[in-house]
Design a protein around this ligand. Sequence first.
Ligand SMILES: Cc1cc2nc3c(=O)[nH]c(=O)nc-3n(C[C@H](O)[C@H](O)[C@H](O)COP(=O)(O)OP(=O)(O)OC[C@H]3O[C@@H](n4cnc5c(N)ncnc54)[C@H](O)[C@@H]3O)c2cc1C
Length: 366
Amino acid sequence: MADDLVVVGGGITGQAAALAAAEAGARVTLIDWGRNAGSAANAGSLHVQMQSRFLRLNPHLAENVERSLPLYRAAVAEWARLDAALGGVEMSREGGLMLAETPAQMAFLETKAARERAQGLDVDLLDRGALDRIAPYLGPGLVGAELCRDEGKINPLVANARMTTRLEALRVRRVRDRIVSVTAEQAEGTDRYPARAVLVAAAWGSGALLPMLAMPTPPEPLHMNITEAGDYRIRHLVQHAERSITLKQFRSGQVVIGGGWPAEGGADGTPAVLSRSMAANVALAGRIAPGIAGLRVIRTWAGLNTPVDGKATIGPVAPGAALHVALPGDAGYTLGPIVGRAAAAVALGLEPPVDPAPYSPERWRQ
Ligand SMILES: Cc1cc2nc3c(=O)[nH]c(=O)nc-3n(C[C@H](O)[C@H](O)[C@H](O)COP(=O)(O)OP(=O)(O)OC[C@H]3O[C@@H](n4cnc5c(N)ncnc54)[C@H](O)[C@@H]3O)c2cc1C
């Protein structure tokens, strides 16, 4: 018997799609290869403001991120909804800081904040005095920061576990398989999975499954670290205007340090940690927040990100087709739940939680 929806890719986006579909009463199968999910490697930062790293590496894609800012706000609201619905994912929304060490970096933040405010974000520029009042844990050498009050953090280990429990409760069928081809009627791997609609949410694996779209989905191997627990003092999500870093603290007191330092390898293996990334990443973190310098790093790892063109892709591969796509784009763990739910709604003919039109796969059609 055909499922109402077969979802290929069991990261946060595919899981959110399966959850939304099952909650709407659909019969759902969720298929995952079990390899290199960014959702199992990520840091749990809920990003809203434009990330300086992405703008630096992809200046030609800045407009894609800028136009997506309302989706990021909706994504954080979606996480708040899930936080309640799943029984708590350690979410907090105390804002995100992007730090400046020079007047030139501050000027960059001023321009960025003006663009973000125009898209409805709640942002402010803080001088050093104002920064000290809300973030006394920061080190010397900073001249100010941009504060984005829409930002926050969750614990992805908790969120992933809660999501799994909820999918099990809803009797979503989960299958481990590598899908090699998809059509509007089925996904095929070692077995065949017939469906009324098929949704590809396979991140770096998506491009190869959808040859009708000129949609490159190369993986970006990234580095992460986590420390032992210290006193819980860093309440913000912390980034830098020019250097690659994200820094945050879980409620356990453990500090998660990442922000886009490179790792090695791709989807055909397990990405490997580069020692130079680890050394530079934690050194920068210790400079920004000197209070953490005494904490030991207890785990370091690498994972695959799939930023695509910095913009989500949601919807059918062609108008009216029953083969659909759900790719979150940059900061994909933040966006995954809203993108997955929207894509599932479109695939099932239900009202999506956001207007998917700006994120149509149309831009990839050959
Ligand atoms: C180190 C690191 C830190 C990050 N930190 C953050 C952060 O703090 N905040 C944030 O917002 N984002 C972060 N990201 C990005 C984020 O993790 C990803 O964008 C997001 O998890 C993507 O979710 P997804 O469900 O779309 O894809 P993934 O979680 O990547 O899942 C894709 C799944 O598809 C499966 N798959 C692929 N091909 C096939 C196939 N042919 N058949 C069957 N299954 C297949 C894979 O096995 C995988 O399980 C980070 C990424 C990394 C690597």
